[in-house]
Design a protein around this ligand. Structure first.
Ligand SMILES: [Zn+2]
Length: 489
């Protein structure tokens, strides 16, 4: 937070301000911050600032809101892009996440947990994400590492330890199996609720609770109903992975006679503060082919929110059908950075191009709508109308993007250019809760090279451990061959 008397003025930039109805552009605008709030936005101001940030030639946008992120360095996943075990279809996480049923230590046993988290929060902030809903387990210390690392980074965090209603096992045969455990799920729900109550107001109010159920696919109807009821009673959002795996749809239909979306509607868990992570394989998806269920309409009539992260999904050869169709039905589509890169600019671009491809329509997913999905839509899903917008009275979460470079070029429309041309390295300044956490394209309190070194050591330990983890005994390089062979004479 800015010190008591400090008044920061951001002047001279193109400001994207919100008037209550929507975003609009102010050229040569001014934004004034006092403590943790924006106190003035406009074309002029006659007050006196104790500190001025010169934003001439730059774009001043709201802090980005990532509604679903696995915050960390992704030491295991990075090696696996484009590859994997074919019977897992498109579920890349099954390659490294499940524990061995026979008890050998999992891949994550070798991880430097804090360094990995520090990498994730640092990358998000450095790239302009000021609020993140993190999906992560409790960790070895009842969540203390998560809070400490997030607090030190300065980010705004939605998190409580995930509620897990079962698990996957990696069998000695190399198969992955699923096991439901409702009692364990209910116990972890209780712990998550206690965590939220215990940490209310932590991190100067930047820590917010959320009930995060790991997966629809590893939960029971009772656990989902109870998890949603706890979220309602605590006044926090409810989220879970939903329909990111193809099999979820067909197994549910064959077991219950209803689609997963119909099941959620019957269980009473759909409403505007339910945020479904991914929600790809609904009845009308072309790889499902069951449009008679009208899932999209059911989600829309409840005003359900979807955390849409097109980058990770496009790597697995799939896309949401589609950003525009969901929005037209009344679904609140909010963007999310999911795994890696933790880069909202990449998500905006992919959201636009994936929708254009899905709908065979070059006018689909227009830049203004995609931009909105990166900020206000997420804020709405999280129940925080005072973030994701630049407006008097809103939280001072602001990003200044340096557009004076050859990649951005010269463009008559800065928001179209932002969606289609911007990259995270263009982020010049990031302010969260009135505190400057990135200045002159550098994190204020993190030595990036030292952090990369810590993460490199953590990653190498995990990669080396692969042959112990996997029943094949193969090394990571054997199992997932490099894109190119080593050069030989
Ligand atoms: Zn996820």
């Amino acid at each position: 937070m800015a010190s008591e008397q400090e008044t920061i003025a951001i002047s001279g930039g193109t400001v994207i301000a919100h008037n209550g109805d929507g975003h609009g552009m102010i050229e040569d605008g001014i934004v004034v911050i006092q403590d943790d709030r924006i106190v003035h936005v406009g074309a002029s101001w006659d007050g006196k600032a104790s500190r001025t940030i010169d934003a001439r030639g730059k774009l001043v946008i709201p802090g980005q809101v990532s509604t679903h992120a696995h915050v960390g360095a992704h030491e295991a996943q990075r090696a696996l892009v484009d590859t994997g075990q074919r019977e897992f279809i498109r579920s890349s996480f099954l390659h490294f996440l499940p524990a061995r049923r026979s008890g050998q230590p999992g891949i994550a046993s070798q991880q430097d947990f804090r360094a990995s988290l520090r990498f994730g929060f640092s990358a998000l902030l450095r790239h302009g994400v000021t609020t993140v809903l993190a999906f992560a387990p409790e960790g070895p210390d009842e969540g203390r590492a998560m809070i400490e690392v997030a607090e030190e980074s300065g980010i705004r965090l939605f998190w409580a330890p995930i509620v897990t209603g079962g698990r996957y096992w990696l069998e000695d045969s190399g198969k992955v199996t699923r096991e439901l455990d409702e009692e364990a799920g209910l116990a972890s729900l209780k712990r998550a609720a206690q965590f939220i109550e215990r940490h209310a107001g932590a991190m100067d109010g930047r820590l917010n609770g959320v009930i995060a159920l790991d997966e629809y696919y590893v939960s029971t109807p009772r656990l989902r109903r109870e998890a949603k009821a706890v979220a309602r009673s605590l006044g926090v959002p409810f989220t879970m992975h939903f329909l990111e795996q193809h099999r979820e749809f067909f197994e549910t239909v064959s077991e219950t006679g209803r689609t997963p979306v119909q099941c959620l509607a019957e269980e009473g868990v759909l409403d505007p503060s339910t945020l479904l992570a991914h929600c790809v394989y609904i009845g009308s998806h072309s790889l499902v082919g069951y449009p008679i269920a009208d899932d999209i309409h059911i989600l829309g009539e409840h005003g359900t929110a979807v955390a849409h992260s097109p980058v990770a999904f496009s790597r697995r050869g799939m896309m949401l059908e589609s950003f525009d169709r969901y929005r037209r039905a009344g679904i609140n589509v909010a963007l999310a950075t999911d795994t890696y890169p933790l880069d909202m600019f990449a998500e905006m671009r992919a959201a636009s191009t994936a929708c254009k491809a899905a709908d065979r329509n070059f006018e689909a997913a227009p830049a203004g709508a995609v931009f909105e999905a990166s900020n206000v839509s997420g804020a709405k899903a999280l129940g925080c109308p005072d973030i994701g917008r630049i407006a008097a009275g809103a939280k001072a979460d602001i990003v200044i993007v340096d557009t004076g470079n050859l990649s951005f070029g010269v463009n008559p429309d800065p928001i179209r250019a932002l969606v289609h041309l911007a990259a995270p390295g263009m982020v010049d300044t990031v302010i969260v809760d009135g505190r400057v956490v990135v200045a002159d394209k550098k994190l204020s309190n993190v030595d990036e090279s030292a952090l990369l070194e810590e993460v490199r050591m953590s990653s190498e330990r995990m990669w080396q451990h692969y042959s112990v983890y996997h029943p094949s005994g193969q090394t990571l390089a054997e199992r997932f061959p490099a894109a190119l062979p080593h050069w030989t004479e």
